[in-house]
Every structure is written in structure tokens, then in C-alpha cells.
Design a protein around this ligand. Structure first.
Ligand code: EPU
Length: 336
């Protein structure tokens, strides 16, 4: 366990914001995490578990305790004729795992290639992209309960996965530290290419092999989404709003070009990026807080914006979408 005091948060948040953390604790083993949560070691609340810092917006210094899970190792747990169970420690970079699986011919998470962040954040957020959601491949999630330091394993159903959501973000928020995630992957690749331009992008590379799907996803991501290493951002700032069918139908009458998708709930999902763009925000900036020029759903820090500047910009965007379309945008990014 490594305990750091008065640490700059700049390397720990993908917006590149310059705030300070009072106490930051790096844990490498379950034994260390248990010691922390069973009361053996005293620490100051509130607690923030950092899963790579690629989906949050700090708006000030953090005065509680930041926990950085650094559980490592990717393992093959079990292999049958059709399936393989792979587990990864919460501290493994997600895309390292995605590449590791593609390299071995294990299919299920290749469409999620290139998503920043660590594996521990994957079930919390139920990351998704290009027609795939992590929750569909997660078998179980091993955690440590933060009130008492006990191990608890959640099976897929108990995780209550939804669109960018899980039990770890809703009713049990902050109560469990993810230590290891288990994935059930396929040995036979059944490519999922129905999202947007993925099929065409794969075709340019040849057959729809696992490797080509991964490469195509990475190409699309690089062409649309800014690299947080170059320009600070946290991916989509807002969720795509889910509305009842009648609301979508009314809007479609007035705006026939509006993208609308079916949601598994029977409702309709609208494209927040489209709504934000139609309100004239794409490529706009106020000082160093801006809206990305190629994807209006992504807010960016052009250099010296503060978390509050970015938050203010997001509030203005939310208000204009509400005024024009009567739709409330919810944050996808967690504001701290
Ligand atoms: N659109 C616009 N203008 C824009 C952006 C999008 O008109 O500035 C339109 C597109 O033309 C398209 C539709 O909106 O018709 C959807 O756009 P896109 O395919 O780019 O995806 P998205 O719905 O904006 C979601 C995820 C992304 C994920 C992509 C690809 C959310 C909140 N975002 O974005 O996830 O990479 O699909 O699957 O669900 C993230 O979560 O951080 C993230 C980047």
C-alpha cells in the first residue's frame, strides 16, 4: 500500500485539471484493501474510488481520500469447447485487456477497443460502444465491501446492468470496491457490425476477423474522439436521452432528420450529440472550455479551463437543449 499526501490530481484525470488530493491511497492486493476497510487503518471520508479518471470532472480540490485500485494480472480461469473465462484485476488498463483478448482469439469485447480507463470501472459504468456493452460479457465481479472489508462476488444479474449503469453506480454506490472482473468470452467470433459505419470500416481492412474489427473500431474512434493525452476530455459528457415513444414521434414530425434508436426498454433513445450540434454548440469554446469539433457530445479542455468552467459550459448546453427540444440531458460524466 502506498499513501501519498497533497498530490496533484492532474495525471489522474483525463480532463487534465489541476486540483489537489489531500490523501491518495494506492492498493495492490485484496489483503491491503481488507485492512483499509476493516478498520485496521484509519482514513478520512468521503471516499472516491478512481478507476482511471477518464469519466469524471473535478470541480475543486478533493478533501477526503482517493483510492487507486492497482490490482493486476490477467488470467485464463477456465476454457471449454466454445467459451473461455478470463479475469482481470481492477487496475489493468481496459484496452490492454481488449488487445490481450483479441491477440488470443477471444471474442466479446473487441467492439469496446480503445475505451480509456481501467477494468475496475468497466462494470460500474457498464461501458458500451459500437453495438456492444461490457455487461453482456461479464460473468461476475469480485469486490470488497467498503463498510466492513468483506469479499462479495456479484453475478451478472446482481450487477443490474443498464445503459451506462449498474448497481455499483446506483443503489450500492460507494459501497463496494471492485477488485477483479470475470468475463465469459467466445472462442468462435460472431462479429457484431451493425453500428453506424463499422461494417464499411471493417470492409476496408478485409474480412471481419477479430483483429480487423478491433482495428476498425480504433480507426473510427481516432477519427471522431479526441485523444485525452493530447486534449483533455472524458468521452461523452452526456448520456443519450431515453424518452417515451410519443415524445420521439412528436419530435420526428418537427425534425425528420433526427436520429432515433430503439431502446431495449421499449422506449426510444435519442442522440445527445445530434441535439447538442443542432443547438449550435459543435466546435464552440468559451475560453479553454469547449465542445469538440467532431463530436458534440464531448466537452474538452483546450488547456487551462477549470472544472467549474467546463461544468458551466455543460449547464448552458443542457439549458439550450431543454429550451429547443424539451429534452433533459443527464450527465454521463461524474461531477465531483
Ligand atoms: N451526431 C451528430 N452530431 C454530433 C455527434 C453525433 O449529429 O456531433 C449524430 C451522429 O451522426 C449519429 C448519432 O448522433 O447519427 C450517434 O452518434 P455516434 O455514433 O457518434 O455515437 P453517440 O451516440 O454520440 C455513443 C456513446 C459513445 C460511443 C459511441 C459509439 C453514449 C453517451 N456515447 O455516442 O461512448 O463511443 O456511441 O458507440 O452512449 C462514452 O461513453 O464516453 C463514449 C464516447
Amino acid at each position: 500500500m502506498r499513501i501519498c499526501r497533497n498530490t496533484s490530481l492532474k495525471p489522474f484525470n483525463s480532463f487534465g485539471l489541476e486540483y489537489m488530493a489531500n490523501i491518495m491511497i494506492h492498493v495492490r492486493t485484496e489483503k491491503e484493501a481488507k485492512a483499509l476497510f476493516s478498520g485496521e487503518i484509519k482514513w478520512k471520508r468521503p471516499l472516491l474510488i478512481l478507476g482511471g479518471g477518464s469519466n469524471l470532472l473535478f470541480t475543486g480540490d478533493f478533501t477526503g481520500t482517493i483510492l487507486c485500485p492497482e490490482f493486476g494480472r490477467i488470467r485464463i480461469e477456465e476454457q471449454t469447447k466454445n467459451d473461455v473465462i478470463v479475469s482481470a484485476g481492477a487496475g489493468i488498463k481496459w484496452d490492454t485487456l481488449a488487445e490481450w483478448c483479441v491477440a488470443r482469439g477471444f471474442s466479446g469485447i473487441e467492439n469496446l477497443s480503445g475505451i480509456p480507463g481501467n477494468t475496475g470501472a468497466v462494470p460500474v459504468q457498464n461501458i458500451g460502444a459500437y453495438g456492444a456493452e461490457a455487461g453482456n460479457s461479464i460473468l461476475k465481479v469480485r469486490t470488497i465491501s467498503t463498510p466492513d472489508g468483506k469479499v462479495r462476488v456479484f453475478d451478472n444479474e446482481e450487477c443490474k446492468f443498464g445503459y451506462r449503469s449498474s448497481i455499483f453506480k446506483t443503489s450500492e454506490k460507494g459501497k463496494y470496491l471492485v477488485t477483479r472482473v470475470y468475463f465469459r468470452l467466445k472462442l468462435k467470433h460472431d462479429p457484431e457490425l451493425n453500428y453506424g459505419s463499422l461494417k464499411e470500416e471493417v470492409k476496408k481492412l478485409g474480412n471481419p476477423t477479430l483483429r480487423n474489427v478491433r482495428s476498425a473500431v480504433l480507426n473510427i474512434r481516432y477519427s471522431k474522439l479526441p485523444d485525452p493525452g493530447v486534449i483533455g476530455n472524458a468521452g461523452s459528457f452526456f448520456k443519450n436521452p431515453v424518452v417515451i415513444k410519443a415524445t420521439a414521434e412528436n419530435l420526428m414530425k418537427d425534425y425528420p432528420g433526427m436520429p432515433v434508436y430503439d431502446d431495449p426498454s421499449g422506449n426510444k433513445k435519442l442522440a445527445a450529440g445530434w441535439l447538442v450540434e443542432q443547438c449550435g454548440w459543435k466546435g464552440k469554446r468559451t475560453g479553454d472550455a469547449g465542445v469538440h469539433e467532431k463530436q458534440a457530445l464531448v466537452l474538452v479542455n483546450h488547456g487551462t479551463a477549470s472544472g467549474k468552467d467546463i461544468l458551466k459550459l455543460s449547464e448552458k448546453i443542457r439549458k439550450s437543449v431543454m429550451d429547443k427540444y424539451g429534452i433533459n440531458l443527464e450527465n454521463e460524466v461524474e461531477v465531483i
